[in-house]
Design a protein. Structure first.
Length: 398
């Protein structure tokens, strides 16, 4: 098979040399040969020095996704086996845990597999092929996953953000093995959760918050807790475990709150004092303030507010507003656990926004802890885009 060569424009080799895996169309000077979408291509700088090997997709702005910087590494079945094996090895400690059986096995770029997400939920795997590169090689990827993990079933949730930009349609459904049950039960730090892998957000559960839910436990003990953007009650089940006095769950989605209630029951917390409020967070926080409600702990874990650079300013206004509102609801000595999963909003910027909120709320606020995504969602140093979730534990001094 003859090699298909991509030559970059002068100066555009830098990010590839720095091992960033995305090559944009504007960086390409010429293509030698006629690669189809999904073809393996070799990338050279303008002086024709070898840079990397990747997979081509003319339909995307990211025209080449780099998979290796090694001249002698070919992208064959054995390559996918090695890459996936490496990712699985990186989760060995989690795999051996007896109190958690749901975690991310493959975190896209951070695992050298641009566009591939694989989450483990007990005996099942849920996969997302979010780039054409991994979609075209799905047969090899699925074979490797089966060899490595022998899952009971593999379910596809290729409906994430980004498929459209790659020229790919949404694709969901059972790929192989047994269909996962409607409410697949998983264990997280000894707590039980039902996961709807077919219709839940992302692949069904916010695994990226697993470590933070655990870290929240000491703050939640005996507290009156307001869990805003509650989804299926992740933080609330931990609050109940920590014997919180009262828990209020807020979400715009009634079905999600119903799932939250089921998760409480699943853990034997049915008798705890819990409210489920279907409402818009922005409105409800104001309403609570008007009625003088106070809490010991407020959790703010909103959905992504900024999907691109243009949306950052509006997103920061949104973050500032909810954080200010939340601070006003906290008793002196109370804690705000606040998050942003917008990759476009850096940890620095997020801290500035929260600072602004504290000034407007006229509260004195300390940072107690800085939080990030769970350890199974690694951040690749050469790909800052893999660093997206940030959080702060704030103490409202007075
Ligand atoms: N903390 C959760 C994940 C939160 S995901 C966990 O640990 O599992 C964000 C949630 O915010 C979703 O359930 C979504 O339905 C909800 N949501 C989105 N916009 C909202 C709004 N304006 N007000 C209230 N909830 C909202």
């Amino acid at each position: 098979m003859s090699e298909i060569k991509i030559f970059l424009k002068q100066g555009r080799e830098k990010s590839v040399r720095n091992r960033h895996p995305w090559i944009f169309s504007g960086a390409i000077a010429r293509v030698e040969g006629q690669p189809g979408d999904g073809a393996v291509v070799t990338v050279y700088d303008y002086k024709e020095n070898f840079l990397a090997r990747g997979i081509y997709n003319r339909q995307s702005q990211i025209q080449v996704r780099v998979f290796t910087w090694q001249w002698d590494e070919q992208i064959t079945l054995d390559f996918w086996r090695r890459r996936l094996g490496r990712a699985v090895m990186g989760r060995q400690a989690l795999a051996q845990s007896t109190d958690s059986n749901a975690y991310r096995l493959v975190h896209s770029e951070a695992d050298g597999l641009s566009g591939l997400i694989v989450d483990r939920y007990g005996d099942w795997l849920v996969v997302q092929f979010l780039s054409l590169a991994v979609d075209k090689h799905r047969v090899d990827i699925l074979q490797s996953l089966t060899e490595l993990l022998a899952p009971r079933g593999i379910y596809e949730r290729s409906d994430g953000e980004g498929r459209g930009k790659e020229g790919l349609p949404t694709q969901t459904g059972l790929i192989q093995g047994e269909m996962p049950p409607e409410n697949l039960e998983i264990l997280e730090h000894g707590l039980r959760f039902g996961v709807d892998v077919k219709a839940g957000h992302k692949t069904g559960f916010y695994l990226d918050q697993r470590d933070n839910r655990y870290k929240a436990l000491p703050y939640l003990a005996q507290a009156e807790v307001l869990n805003v953007f509650a989804y299926t009650g992740g933080f609330s089940v931990y609050a109940a475990q920590a014997q919180a006095k009262h828990i209020v769950n807020v979400d715009t989605s009634a079905p999600m709150l119903q799932a939250a209630q089921q998760n409480m029951q699943l853990n034997g917390f049915a008798d705890q004092s819990v409210e489920y409020v279907t409402a818009d967070a922005f409105d409800l926080l104001r309403l609570y303030q008007q009625s003088g409600r106070q809490f010991d702990v407020v959790i703010l874990d909103p959905p992504k507010f900024a999907y691109n650079k243009q949306q950052v300013e509006k997103a920061t206004r949104g973050y500032k507003d909810i954080n200010m509102q939340a601070m006003r609801l906290l008793k002196p000595g109370g804690y705000l656990l606040t998050f942003s999963c917008s990759g476009m909003v850096s940890a620095d910027l997020f801290q500035k926004v929260v600072f602004g909120a504290s000034v407007d709320a006229a509260r004195e606020v300390q940072i107690i802890e800085r939080l990030t995504q769970s350890s199974d969602h690694p951040i690749l140093l050469t790909c800052p885009e893999s660093d997206y979730l940030k959080g702060l534990v704030l103490r409202i001094v007075n």
